[in-house]
Ligand binder design. Structure first.
Ligand SMILES: OC[C@H]1O[C@H](O[C@H]2O[C@H](CO)[C@@H](O)[C@H](O)[C@H]2O)[C@H](O)[C@@H](O)[C@@H]1O
Ligand code: CA
Length: 574
């Protein structure tokens, strides 16, 4: 067997499975760093912080929309798919960003809201004013608001219907989201062409992939619920075929807030692939549920459900993102429990979810933050971090909608948290100044100076994860335990033999959600008698018994990652 070292810096390493090994980081351009002092973050600001992201161990940036936009929905209301909002920068600056990201062997994934545009988009302006013109059929127009009776309203806080009357065209248009976001009409082949053209435009600029926003909602039918209609899958397959043929190695990531069996359809089959990755929505709220209920049962249940997906497809796992913590994937009983624990002030709720950041949700508990991240970094799928969560940033629930958790990144204890030199009143959103999460306490500089900070802890875990390909590429098998608060699973990878370090490996991951120390017996019938070593420090643990049983004790809300087998293991501390 020959081992070749991965291609080294500078430049991108050739790795067809890069997205399955990658740690992703969501950077809202507007929120990260303001390079020119106008009060809003920009592309050059992101460039200035690439060293920080590389140090943290990030492999790929996910940039939510930065296109020209009225910004009534954080940029998901696109006015022009081929230009950048001037506040954020220029196409040349974007090219520069891509080059500098690639120089660091990192990648850039951009967000593409393919389902709809802003009503300020030229296509919609022309569609409403000239029904018989080239854009007349670009949107979904009807004489009444009675079509598609089975299609639910998603933004229940603001919208009563998916139809809005347009006084100029004197017809109703269809919208899955805000009434200023008309849905594109995918029955029209010209819309397909326009979207392919958009995708090629950004791939030609060097992006490594797309998050396909709100992907289930492209087509509507009278009978269906408009979520993953067959024609939607046909379109995605067609798009994937084009990407594979013209831009091999670039990826499509499905944002489909559905149950894994339905989401798996957005990954297609090996013969007829759709997206390369899809976010795992059900697992996320169950992590939060387990933390408060001290019950691992719901996580055990969803992780034990095997959903088959194509060989090279993968999941994206996350704790938080730029949206509310969605509760669409839990039933009413669990939803109410979670509102009670996490959204006790009605101001904290948004649609079917909770508009708070990670650290305030977990009441700034270091044990819970570590436990939640340990899960994030060891579940099956690629982890997606949300900017600022690595330092435990707070939120501002007095801001409207999801702006509560889109406030400026806190870099230093100085003016505007080092985010901007602008007059503080000019910032796009105020810096968090709350008692616990005040930027003078919670910032990158202060955490860099403390070796035991959350930031250093998260960096260490990321680097340990990266030393073990099983986390990105391995299978997950849930184990039986005799304690209701304990979750245990084995991540197992057969090794590819193509890269140095890409060896067969098994890691036993154990998590206790109990609010007190516990003793537990775990059963792993497949690894009787195997030795166990702590992945962080290399310390030897009691071996698994010959009958497959393992007795462990765990501290309050704590976890272990244990290498299974082999006495040679040396630990992974960086
Ligand atoms: O462009 C409209 C929205 O599209 C995404 O929406 C997703 O977030 C919703 C919650 O905010 C969720 O309920 C829905 O299922 C998703 O498709 C995007 O992430 C949003 O920011 C955007 O408003
Ligand atoms: Ca700026």
């Amino acid at each position: 067997m020959t081992f070749t070292a991965p291609i080294q810096l500078p430049g991108l390493a050739l790795d067809p499975q890069w997205y399955r090994r990658a740690v992703f980081y969501e950077v809202m351009v507007r929120s990260f760093l303001d390079s020119n002092g106008d009060g809003a973050g920009d592309l050059q600001g992101v460039v200035q912080k690439l060293d920080y992201l590389q140090w943290l161990g990030i492999d790929a940036l996910w940039l939510p929309p930065f296109f020209n936009s009225p910004l009534k929905d954080g940029g998901y209301d696109v006015q022009d798919f081929k230009s950048i909002l001037p506040d954020f920068g220029t196409l040349d600056e974007f090219r520069d960003l891509v080059t500098k990201v690639h120089e660091r062997n990192m990648r850039v994934v951009i967000d593409l809201p393919v389902n709809h545009t802003s009503d300020a988009h030229e296509w919609f302006q022309q569609s409403r004013s000239d029904p018989d013109g080239p854009y007349g059929d670009y949107y979904v127009w009807r004489d009444t608001d009675e079509g598609y009776p089975n299609i639910r309203v998603i933004f229940v806080d603001t919208e009563e219907s998916n139809w809005t009357f347009d006084a100029e065209r004197r017809q109703f248009f269809f919208h899955r989201f805000f009434s200023h976001q008309p849905d594109l009409n995918y029955e029209n082949p010209a819309v397909h062409e326009a979207m392919f053209d958009t995708v090629r435009f950004w791939l030609d600029l060097g992006v490594d992939g797309f998050r396909l926003d709100a992907i289930p909602y492209l087509y509507e039918t009278e009978e269906g619920n408009g979520e993953g209609e067959p024609a939607t899958h046909d379109f995605i397959r067609k798009l994937r075929a084009m990407v594979d043929a013209e831009y091999p190695g670039r990826v499509m990531i499905a944002e489909a807030n559905q149950w894994p069996t339905e989401v798996a359809e957005f990954l297609g089959t090996e013969e007829d692939p759709e997206c390369h990755m899809a976010f795992d929505f059900p697992v996320m709220p169950r992590i939060f549920y387990s933390l408060r209920s001290q019950q691992a049962g719901e996580l055990v249940r969803v992780l034990s459900e095997h959903t088959s997906i194509p060989k090279n497809a993968g999941w994206g796992v996350f704790l938080r993102n730029h949206d509310e913590l969605t509760l669409e994937m839990v039933n009413e009983e669990y939803r109410q429990a979670m509102y009670g624990w996490y959204a006790y002030d009605p101001r904290m709720r948004s649609n079917i979810g909770i508009r708070r950041r990670l650290a305030p949700l977990l009441d700034n508990s270091r044990a819970e933050l570590e436990l939640a991240h340990a899960l994030l970094f060891s579940l099956q799928g690629s982890p997606f971090l949300y900017y600022g969560d690595e330092i435990g940033m707070g939120d501002n629930i007095w801001l409207p909608d999801r702006d509560s958790s889109r406030t400026p990144m806190q870099w230093t204890p100085d003016r505007n948290a080092g985010f901007s030199t602008a007059d503080p009143g000019k910032l796009y959103l105020p810096i968090v100044q709350s008692l616990v999460y005040n930027y003078q306490q919670i910032n990158v500089e202060a955490q860099l100076a403390q070796s035991r900070s959350l930031l250093h802890w998260i960096r260490n875990v990321i680097h340990v994860r990266k030393g073990h390909p099983t986390f990105g590429l391995g299978t997950l098998r849930v184990l039986q335990t005799n304690h209701e608060s304990v979750l245990a699973f084995v991540r197992e990878y057969e090794g590819s033999g193509t890269h140095f370090g890409d060896m067969p490996e098994k890691v036993l991951c154990v998590f206790s959600f109990a609010h007190n120390p516990v003793a537990v017996t775990i059963t792993d019938p497949e690894n009787p008698g195997e030795a166990l070593y702590d992945l962080f420090g290399g310390g030897q643990f009691p071996s698994i018994g010959d009958d497959g049983s393992l007795h462990l004790t765990l501290g309050t809300q704590s976890f272990y990652w244990l290498h299974v087998g082999g006495a040679h293991f040396a630990g992974g501390r960086v």
